[in-house]
Design a protein around this ligand. Sequence first.
Ligand SMILES: Cc1ncc(COP(=O)(O)O)c(C=O)c1O
Length: 464
Amino acid sequence: MSHAPLDRAARHAQAWLDSLDTRSVAATVTREELRRRFMAPLPESGTDPSTVVDELAAAAEGGQLASGSGRFFAWVIGGAVPSSVAAEWLVSVWDQNATIYATSPIASVVEEVAGPWLLDLFRLPSTASFAFTTGCQMAHFTALSAAREQVLRAVGWDVGRQGMAGSPPIRVLVSAIRHVSLDRALRYLGIGKEQLVVLPVQADGGIATDTLASALAVDAPTIVCLNAGDLNTGAFDDFRALVPLAHSRGAWVHVDGAFGLFARTSPRYDALVEGMDLADSWATDCHKWLNVPQDSGFVAVRHPEPHRRAMTIVDSYFVAEDKARDEIDWTPEWSRRARGFGIYAALRELGRQGVQAMIERNGDQCEALAAGMASLPGVELLSPPRLNQALVRFHDPRPGASDADHDARTERVIARVNASGEAFFGPSTWQGKRVMRICVVNWRTSPRDIERTIAAVAHACSAD
Ligand SMILES: Cc1ncc(COP(=O)(O)O)c(C=O)c1O
């Protein structure tokens, strides 16, 4: 069989990576153009595979966001370190099905290595069970399935056998600034909005101890969801105070650490993360701050039994291998990509010190970007850098300008920066005000990228 399509793909990949410093960070072609290039009736006959790859690369050109660029600061997307990209290529070439040990012995064993490495990196209990999920959303789903299983079992209800209809109601205490992926994970678990008790936060973005204490004063199966890194402000809950409090009332504590769990890798952030390891489950994304390609969530659960009970399934056509890790015991999926390889590769490439250095470097870069922008006329630093997040707002300089005018100017500046192709930011609404989010989460971001980005923002500001 010819390897030409793979050679072609490698060449296109190299060209893409070589262009990251000079190409537009934003997509440069319109949706209409992309549709025009791609839309066609289902082909009746086949095409030479190398031609398929070449034409795909040509037609995609300009339709990608260069989210791997060092000047991409929108959402919380993360770059991808070289060995993890290459490992992911091998995963595709090997086409391993990571359902059970028998469907891919090596995928199972790599998870047995990469899982404990991550527990060690995050300083979580080495006895915790874990799973590699698509993303943090499904990491929440997995952890909260275990939580549901445990808190219902404690009141004599077996959710696996009896389901949710007629079950004792579960109270879920969540922060007012939680990520909505939690709501969606809970919805999948049959826990609707009305079962959520939304707790207000203090000025620092954390839930007050008193607030949690009064919310816990109801005798019911309870799950508490805490924040490790709000995506606007980088706020953390006070784990040291809140987790023991929740435990004293028999609640399960789940932590959304989509990117904030990585703060556990640096002593610089000890004050934010202290006590986080006391929780019952933790969700994070390796495609965010470990910088592996997308589709790489991770969940850890202090209590392996409810985790396994919530996920496992057996069928006669499985081949059970004594003492092997069967991924299906821990994940919500059946056939799945062998996600452990990219993580294994990134952890080997970076090592503990390399991860820590990247987390600290991105934190410094967030501060440099925020300071550079705040020094421009009319720019307000609304939320100062915390971890790797900050918020800025661009004031309309006209006398008597209203909040709506400042909102509009903020939108305009973001749109201009993005249209310039020099850097890419996302908007958000924080405390009723439109803001530009600064999120630094990429190994590739360099001092030069920071300079270029501040210059691009200054230029966009000077346009009105
Ligand atoms: C704090 C937080 N939690 C959860 C998620 C959801 O993660 P995913 O997109 O991997 O499902 C995100 C995504 O940005 C996030 O920032």
